[in-house]
Design a protein around this ligand. Structure first.
Ligand code: SF4
Length: 381
């Protein structure tokens, strides 16, 4: 078996009681049968009968949340199962989160979920995202779509390279180039020409500093800020309908209210200050964020054309968290921890709530945004 992981995975450490958005709340936590049995066996040591905090639904066991929190979470946000029994008693769900495993035949890809704020904070601190490759003797099934997987992996590697290895070019242009690469690959795939060497040659001809510098000139300032404002107003109003963590909900409400006041000089001046003071500081993080999301979210076997939609969806999330953060900044309460928390809450909303995802995808379709113009409208840097 081959393994591909992001380097963050190697030394990931949960921040436990210090976490600003604990994963032990507002979530349906599935408990595997073995852990369920252990919780029944150890209920005296734990001090809570298993039936008081675990319940069965459709043959599966889940945690009964108490005011949206796992009842095993104490006042300091520490887990009573770990404190009283030890970490070896955690369920598979609790042990594994935020790790995500995706098998493609004989390749296992592993990453960490961005809904964990610790992952976001680590990405903010890292100079760049690296990938680890390993192999062992574990037998694995053959990937029925191996040719497609290898082609898509090559495409993804090219997209990551253009974002990571062209530091002199603006992020907008690097994203524009990555999206163009993806469009080219999907066209090749749709016409049944998944020729990896041919694809590489096309990419090498396109991804050159002079070509990208020329695109940079055209892309800079190409977006109509008022049109962008109107779109942001609509997606913030959608996000405002969903309640995630209380603090996040409050920040989204503030942002939605701010954006309901209309396009004004105040907005333009807040955006200018936000660009100068925050966006410049987090420039390295944005590169890491996009590399990470492209790695974990744009492989789209077997419906590869959906990868374009996913790319734009990531851009919608990007635009949303930038605007929530901008309003928080304009109101004088922006901090790095809050920024990480906003990003993680937004990811969790996507994971928790298929309707939220569907609403945003429908907005992408309605506004015909799955193209480079749509991407530029959304990447606020
Ligand atoms: S969200 Fe991440 S850091 Fe927070 S408690 Fe869960 S695993 Fe730990």
């Amino acid at each position: 078996m081959r393994y591909i992981t992001v380097d963050l995975y190697r030394d990931f450490q949960c921040s436990a009681h210090a976490c600003p958005n604990t994963c032990c709340a507002r979530w349906d936590v599935f408990i595997d049968e073995e852990t369920h049995e252990k919780m029944v066996e150890k209920e005296e040591e734990l001090g809570v009968p298993a039936k008081d905090w675990l319940f069965k639904k459709d043959g599966y066991t889940f945690v009964k949340l108490d005011q949206e929190r796992c009842p095993m979470l104490d006042e300091q946000n520490l887990c009573r199962v770990v404190l009283k029994l030890g970490p070896q008693y955690l369920s598979q769900t609790c042990k594994l989160y935020p790790r995500i495993f995706k098998a493609y035949g004989d390749t296992m890809e592993i990453h960490l979920n961005m809904s964990c704020p610790e992952v976001v904070l680590r990405l903010m601190e890292k100079e760049s995202v690296e990938f680890d490759f390993a192999e062992d003797d574990e037998a694995a099934a053959e990937e029925p779509n191996k040719e497609l997987y290898l082609f898509e992996s090559e495409v993804r590697a090219s997209m990551v390279e253009v974002i990571q290895d062209m530091p002199g070019i603006s992020l907008n242009t690097r994203l524009f180039a990555a999206f163009t690469i993806l469009e080219e690959a999907i066209a090749m795939c749709e016409s049944d020409q998944m020729d990896t060497d041919g694809f590489r040659m096309k990419v090498n001809a396109y991804v050159q500093a002079t070509v990208l510098a020329a695109i940079d000139g055209q892309v800079t300032g190409a977006v109509d800020e008022e049109k962008r404002y109107q779109f942001l107003q609509r997606i913030l109003a959608i996000a405002g309908r969903y309640r995630e963590q209380d603090r996040f909900f409050e920040l989204v409400q503030h942002a939605a209210a701010y954006f309901s006041q209309g396009y004004s000089d105040r907005y333009l001046s807040d955006l200018k200050r936000f660009r100068e003071e925050v966006l410049k500081t987090y420039d390295g993080f944005y590169t890491n964020y996009w590399v990470y999301r492209i790695f974990s979210d744009t492989l789209s076997l077997p419906e590869y054309e959906k990868a374009k939609e996913k790319f734009i969806y990531i851009a919608v999330e990007f635009a949303l968290f930038q605007m929530i953060a901008m309003v928080s900044f304009a109101e004088g309460r922006f901090t790095q921890e809050e920024y990480a928390c906003i990003i993680s809450c937004l990811s969790r909303l996507t994971e928790h709530n298929p309707r939220f995802y569907k609403d945003l995808i429908s907005e992408i379709h309605k506004n015909n945004l799955a193209n480079t113009a749509g991407l530029l409208l959304l990447t606020i840097v």
